[in-house]
Design a binder for this molecule. Sequence first.
Ligand code: PEP
Ligand code: MN
Length: 365
Amino acid sequence: MTNPLLHRRFNLPKKPIIIAGPCSVESREQFFSTLQGLELSKIDYVRGGIWKPRTRPGSFEGIGEAAFDWIEEAKATFGIKFATEVATAEHVETALKNGVSMLWLGARTTVNPFNVQEIAEALRGVEIPVYVKNPINPDLSLWKGALERLLKCDVLNLGAIHRGFQTFQESKYRNTPLWQIPMELKSEFPDLPLLCDPSHMGGKRSLITVLSQRALDLDYDGLMIETHIDPDKALSDSAQQLNPDDFKLLLDHLIFRNHTSKDEDFINQLEIIREQIDQADREILEAIATRLSLVEKIGEYKKENNVAIFQISRWKEILQSRPEWAKAMNLDPEFIRELYRHIHQQSVRIQTSIFNTEQDKQPND
Ligand code: PEP
Ligand code: MN
């Protein structure tokens, strides 16, 4: 099946695109005072949850359609563009009827292809931007699948939002970033706008600056950040929302990176360093080739002497000594341990094929 995403050009927004606003629209007072506190000239879209997907029943589930009266008034008063999450076809219909400027599918929706299909059909042909948050679980194909379903319904103004993933490992994050997954999405679809949502990723205020900067350093196209006039009293996600003053400090503090530079000195210097990296990579590959030819030699030798391939004590020694050597060279020992797992797997594979050659031949001999 050809991938419809592959040949598509997306509308890259002006960079960076900033989305801010409360997790949920709670009351006219809360929404308006949050907007009054925010520097709206620096914000492209104001977010606000109208329908809230909550893990447990009985939590605040959003104001629902009635919130659009306040939003209409806020649009007239502040000239904002409003963005919200849709989780059903009915939400889509209500949001479009009320003139939203941008929509997104939440993480709990992206995991469910039936849901996504229903939403895609309700959105057929809309021109406003529609963003897809990553699914809760670390599955790139679900994320791509949701984008493809929208595309097939002629929802062409698409983008993706990275909000982190649930993993079963202990983590300081509410949702672990796993940056390599969105980077894979971006390398397959370079012009698909990609935003980061550090609020749901971090789950607490103290992590938002570092996560936002990390995303900008990785060339993300923008940020979606939850902001509330009085976060401690928020009816949802109170630990992760920033008050308008802290949000201003954050924006002042962040360093927005350029995608690239046209400066000739920069380009020349980059070229020189890249050549040095190419040379270092050749040396690494030569060293790996040498190691693997020694592995072949040792494999032959073990076989001649009828000794097993896998020697647990030797493997334990390698797994201990290499990270130690690495540490002395200022390399991350965990990275080297992981690297040696791959090298060791390949070494076992090579020796296994040496041991098997004669048996493989036997049936034909
Ligand atoms: C939200 O944006 O308020 C939300 C519920 O996010 P997520 O889908 O990332 O959990
Ligand atoms: Mn939220």
